[in-house]
Design a protein around this ligand. Structure first.
Ligand SMILES: Cc1cc2nc3c(=O)[nH]c(=O)nc-3n(C[C@H](O)[C@H](O)[C@H](O)COP(=O)(O)OP(=O)(O)OC[C@H]3O[C@@H](n4cnc5c(N)ncnc54)[C@H](O)[C@@H]3O)c2cc1C
Length: 439
């Protein structure tokens, strides 16, 4: 049986491992951290467990949903909401509990804060995309698309730009309209209303998939070695030696399932992929800041998730309504711009935003945490060329959210790339001469 080594126990590496183990392949995952989940993991901060960043999933994440079912995750671990956009005092749009497309049409008709011209403009943009079968000219930005479809300043400001930031983690004037169109195709314009649902994990991000994935692997020939960084990959005649792995094993198949900047280092260590490593190193990235504000019982939001305007944060989540402690709010700043507010100013600025949105004065938080992931995701700009899963070295593969995908760098892109890697490896072991990347 071909043994596969996977470097990285984020969502991509674990998806790859689960898919291989499902087909009885021998899998070992090496993870340098003590915690599973990578950028989507739980962190301990002063005796409290929080996520390293608030995440939102959507109903269109079909591959992640399949893996959650496969690894025995209960649907109760996720709070499902109909597609909702609620910026208090400004706009309230909630999809109706009806089949598509009536769910959205009814939601638009009943939306508060939109006039009829704006409602028609939203439909016109979706019609524009449908007429083009969701294929847009290369190089178009989301702002370009919104201008072509004559979306008003309010619609851009209250609807499209926040959605673009949430989905692509890239500001609209820099973001790829094609990736945005793909998301709209698979959510707002999907054949099923559930595809546009918003999913908020009720458990921390390590518990959501990584821990059940580890349990699944433990029952199927798989193992995970945590606190075990791989520092170099050395090509040998029959496979690869992993520097940092226990023993002197040669692995015929190795998957690098790390964030792009770590993949660059590992690819360079092989001496065989300088161009690919340079391409990945050149990919631009964007940050995400999550600000946790713990007020305790008595403070809540009008919905599990609301939009925020006129300030640094774009979204606020009420963790108390999603399985967390009462009164714990998480506010999110996607793609913060350089020159924006410093860490010390972020908390008062976000508090002011929340007070304005809720129309009440809030008590001083019992505790606060600001977590910035500087390289949260790649910037999803038009023309960005994301690498495929194959490398120039046979038997060496790449998985991760930055790999070419119809979707931006998200959990869904990460798991899809991992599953694709697993299937290519299995295909190659069945037909050793059929794949371009097999020893
Ligand atoms: C703050 C924040 C908010 C986000 N919000 C959302 C959201 O709302 N919705 C959404 O879908 N996505 C969101 N994302 C993106 C999502 O988290 C990522 O797309 C996804 O987690 C990437 O998974 P990955 O497996 O590709 O990489 P990673 O999660 O980076 O996993 C790579 C793993 O490799 C390990 N590793 C690295 N080098 C080595 C080495 N040398 N040896 C061994 N192990 C190594 C790392 O420790 C890590 O565990 C967000 C990301 C952040 C940071």
């Amino acid at each position: 049986m071909t043994a596969v080594a996977i470097i990285g126990a984020g969502y991509a590496g674990l998806a790859c491992a689960v898919e291989l183990a499902r087909h009885d392949m021998e899998v070992t995952v090496f993870e340098r951290s003590r915690t599973l989940g990578g950028r989507a993991r739980a962190v301990r901060k002063h005796d409290r467990t929080i996520d390293n960043g608030q995440h939102l999933l959507i109903g269109a994440y079909t591959e992640l949903a399949r893996l959650l079912r496969l690894t025995g995750v209960s649907p109760r671990q996720i709070k499902r909401l109909p597609l909702t956009l609620h910026i208090p005092g400004q706009i309230r749009l909630r999809a109706a509990t009806l089949p598509a497309p009536l769910h959205l049409l009814t939601g638009l008709i009943c939306a508060q804060g939109l006039d009829w011209r704006e409602r028609f403009a939203v439909c016109a943009l979706l019609r524009h995309l449908k007429r083009r079968r969701f294929q847009l000219p290369a190089g178009t930005t989301v702002t370009g698309l919104l201008t072509d479809c004559r979306q008003s300043f309010r619609l851009r400001n209250l609807l499209w730009e926040p959605l673009c930031l949430a989905a692509l983690n890239t500001p609209a004037h820099e973001a790829s309209a094609q990736l945005f169109a793909n998301i709209l195709r698979d959510t707002l314009a999907a054949a099923s209303a559930t595809a546009s649902e918003l999913l908020i994990p009720r458990v921390d991000l390590s518990e959501l998939f990584p821990v059940p994935a580890a349990r699944y692997l433990a029952t199927r020939n798989g193992s995970i070695l945590t606190s075990n960084a791989i520092t170099a990959i050395i090509p040998e005649n029959t496979g690869f030696r992993l520097v940092g792995a226990p023993g002197h094993r040669i692995w015929p198949q190795v998957v690098i399932a790390t964030a792009p900047h770590h993949a660059t280092t590992l690819l360079n260590s092989t001496g065989g992929c300088p161009e690919l490593a340079a391409r990945i190193a050149a990919m631009p990235s964007e940050a995400i800041t999550t600000i946790y504000l713990a007020f305790g019982p008595g403070v809540d939001l009008p919905a599990p998730m609301i939009g925020l305007a006129d300030g640094p944060a774009q979204w606020a989540f009420d963790r108390g309504q999603c399985g967390g402690p009462e009164g714990l709010l998480a506010t999110v700043i996607s793609a913060p711009r350089p020159g924006g507010k410093g860490r010390d100013d972020l908390i008062p600025a976000t508090l002011t935003q929340l007070e304005r949105a809720l129309g009440v004065s809030l008590p001083a938080p019992q505790w606060t945490r600001v977590i910035t992931e500087k390289r949260a995701t790649i910037a999803c700009r038009p023309g960005i060329i994301r690498p495929g899963i194959a490398t120039p070295l046979r038997g060496l593969w790449l998985a991760g959210d930055y790999i070419e995908s119809e979707y931006p760098a998200t959990l869904e892109s990460a798991v899809r790339s991992g599953v694709r890697c697993a299937r290519e490896i299995m295909e190659g072991t069945k037909h050793p001469d059929s794949s371009g990347n097999q020893r």
